[in-house]
Design a protein around this ligand. Structure first.
Ligand code: BDR
Ligand code: CA
Length: 313
């Protein structure tokens, strides 16, 4: 496998979504990364809206990064959505500019396949939604599996879920896709809820973002304040955990995170625990690890990084 040149080529695959949108902004503020494209999936809201939200987020910073729409539904199970968390648009809250362009014609899965084949061993995938696009790509082109440098996914959980007692939303949206990805052999780092819940966007952490005094700072502060409402009501927390941008931060500052290798298998039983990511913390199965599961997050370090980067936009 060839060594990747700097900046590191990445593809963001997500369902924007407040935290997905912040991930798009963080990656574009980071010269260490080359964002090859943003691919979208159903998830927080339907595909048309998540794609529009990706384009809108990029319009905010005047970016022409291409956007590729992908899966509009899971492989097998009925489609879920999370308007209760993200609002009817999927990005409710602050006023965002209108997108002035459309998504590209190519399907997200085909874009992923093309980029991995063009840059074997170099491309890192940062999925922050259901894993349907990645599963489609891996099924359509199994040859790419050994050529994907790394997958860093926000999804799953070492312990409890947030959509059922057992399952996290992104995993539950398409458990079969998640299991395809976890059994693909691609090196995976998993930011489950056990990690992301350590990074709550409290008012004290939002204030320096607003204090940047920029349009981007004002929009992100507004997004985080809207995102906080659901988490205050549901969990009694001071704000929402900023799940998705941790994936990008992991590439920028890996020292902020502690991980542990373990075997992860997704429950596809269709029963009450369906979508649960069973993480074999104590190696009870004796199976070789297929993922690095994030265990610890330096939340203050993460918010300092995020704020500094957003200040560059
Ligand atoms: C995940 O679900 C979505 O609502 C968020 O964007 C995040 O990716 C958290 O469970
Ligand atoms: Ca997401």
């Amino acid at each position: 496998m060839s060594l990747s040149p700097l900046p590191r080529p990445v593809i963001l695959d997500g369902d924007p979504g407040h935290d997905d949108a912040v991930n798009i902004l963080l990656s574009h503020a980071s010269p260490e990364l080359e964002v090859l494209g943003v691919t979208t999936t159903f998830g927080n809201v339907g595909l048309d809206k998540t794609t529009r939200n990706a384009l809108t987020t990029l319009a905010l910073i005047g970016s022409q990064t291409p956007v590729y729409a992908g899966a509009d539904r899971p492989l097998l199970v009925p489609r879920l959505s999370a308007e209760s968390v993200h609002g009817q648009t999927g990005l409710d809250g602050p006023l965002l500019p209108s997108a002035t362009r459309e998504a590209e014609i190519l399907h997200a899965a085909l874009f992923i396949i093309r980029e991995v084949r063009v840059r074997p061993g170099e491309v890192t995938l940062l999925p922050t939604g259901p894993l349907t696009n990645l599963a489609l790509a891996l099924r359509l082109a199994p040859d790419i599996a050994p050529q994907v440098r790394q997958i860093i996914w926000m999804g799953g959980s070492l312990d409890v879920g947030n959509w059922t007692p057992a399952a996290e939303f992104n995993a539950l949206c398409d458990p079969h896709a998640a299991q395809i990805v976890f059994s693909s052999g691609v090196p995976i780092t998993m930011f489950g809820l056990n990690a992301t819940h350590q990074a709550v966007a409290t008012p004290e952490r939002i204030a320096p973002i607003r204090a940047l005094g920029t349009t981007v700072g004002e929009v992100v502060a507004g997004l985080l304040e809207f995102f906080a409402e659901h988490h205050r009501e549901r969990y009694g927390w001071e704000g929402g955990p900023l799940h998705d941008p941790l994936t990008c931060a992991y590439l920028l500052a890996p020292e902020l995170f502690g991980t542990q290798p373990m075997y992860v298998e997704v429950d596809i039983s269709g029963g009450p625990s369906s979508g649960r990511t069973n993480c074999d913390l104590w190696n009870l199965t004796g199976r070789a690890p297929n993922a690095e599961v994030v265990m610890t997050v330096d939340a203050d370090g993460f918010y300092a990084l995020l704020t500094e980067r957003l200040g560059r936009l």
